[in-house]
Design a protein around this ligand. Structure first.
Ligand code: PGA
Length: 269
């Protein structure tokens, strides 16, 4: 990570786990374990199922914790049964929203163009998108990873100006590492995160590229997070399974905050 130019972020992705009533207790338990530093060295985000958000929000007046959703509608309002708009998310206090998670692409047929529309809707509503990209095992084995991820990033951020891309977070999540216990090695993750930054640099410029936080996601846990976070282009994590346990999440938040408060590892330009 490189604290000089961008935020360190730990984002929990709870997926469809826990109950709304448990979210408040979780936040209460987490609060005393958050870094005490006056300067916010690590942005902590919990991306919860929709009904949890107002409950967790009411329970927590905690400035060190931001709430996020896991998806958003590509439409503004109207006859779209079951959907939740960006304006609705904003109204309940969401600051972030995951878009294009591989589970949405895989099980709900979400396309790159829908991801792009959702990114625009979120930014218009004042919410920062956490854009997920990542290759399948087959693509990795065929050595298509960098090209495929570059394609996904370009499609997701098409039409954004430099001010807008700076409000986005990109999460590199190799599909084969999600929920499988198989983590990408720190070198594999760093190579792709570096490639993502190069794509942003080619579309904008070096200054814009170095201000965007890029996260790794896929079986990240307390035992592998330090090595992943030691890479200059990995600015934090999007964490599924290990974000469901207060102690594990707190450990990773503090490891990230300690790294962000320390010396810079140097910039990969
Ligand atoms: P995992 O999930 O940490 O359980 O692998 C990450 C994600 O899907 O965001």
């Amino acid at each position: 990570m490189n604290k000089k130019y961008r935020k360190a972020i730990i984002a929990g992705n709870w997926k469809m786990n826990k109950l709304p009533s448990e979210s408040r207790a979780f936040v209460e338990e987490l609060k005393p374990l958050l870094p005490r530093s006056k300067k916010k060295v690590c942005e902590v985000i919990l991306c919860m199922p929709y009904p949890f958000i107002p409950i967790a929000q009411r329970g927590s007046k905690e400035k060190r914790l931001a709430l996020g959703a896991q998806d958003v509608s590509a439409h503004d309002s109207g006859a779209f049964t079951g959907e939740v708009s960006a304006a609705m998310l904003k109204d309940i206090g969401c600051k972030y929203c995951i878009v294009g998670h591989s589970e949405r692409r895989q099980y709900h047929g979400e396309t790159d163009s829908e991801v792009n529309t959702k990114v625009h809707k979120l930014l218009e509503a004042g919410i920062s998108p956490i854009i997920c990209v990542g290759e399948s095992l087959e693509q990795r084995e065929k050595e298509l990873t960098l090209d495929f991820v570059a394609y996904q990033v370009k499609a997701a951020i098409a039409g954004l100006g430099p001010k807008e891309i700076k409000r986005c977070v990109i999460a590199y999540e190799p599909i084969w590492a999600i929920g499988t216990g198989k983590t990408a090695t720190a070198d594999q993750a760093a190579e792709v995160c570096n490639g993502i930054r190069a794509v942003i640099r080619s579309m904008y410029d070096a200054r814009v590229a170095r201000s965007v936080s890029i996260l790794y996601g896929g079986s990240m846990n307390p035992s592998n997070c330090a090595e992943l976070l030691s890479k200059p282009d990995i600015d934090g994590g999007l964490i599924g399974g290990a974000s469901l346990k207060v102690a594990d999440l707190a450990f990773m938040i503090n490891a990230t905050a300690d790294g962000a408060a320390g010396e810079d590892e140097g910039e990969a330009e």
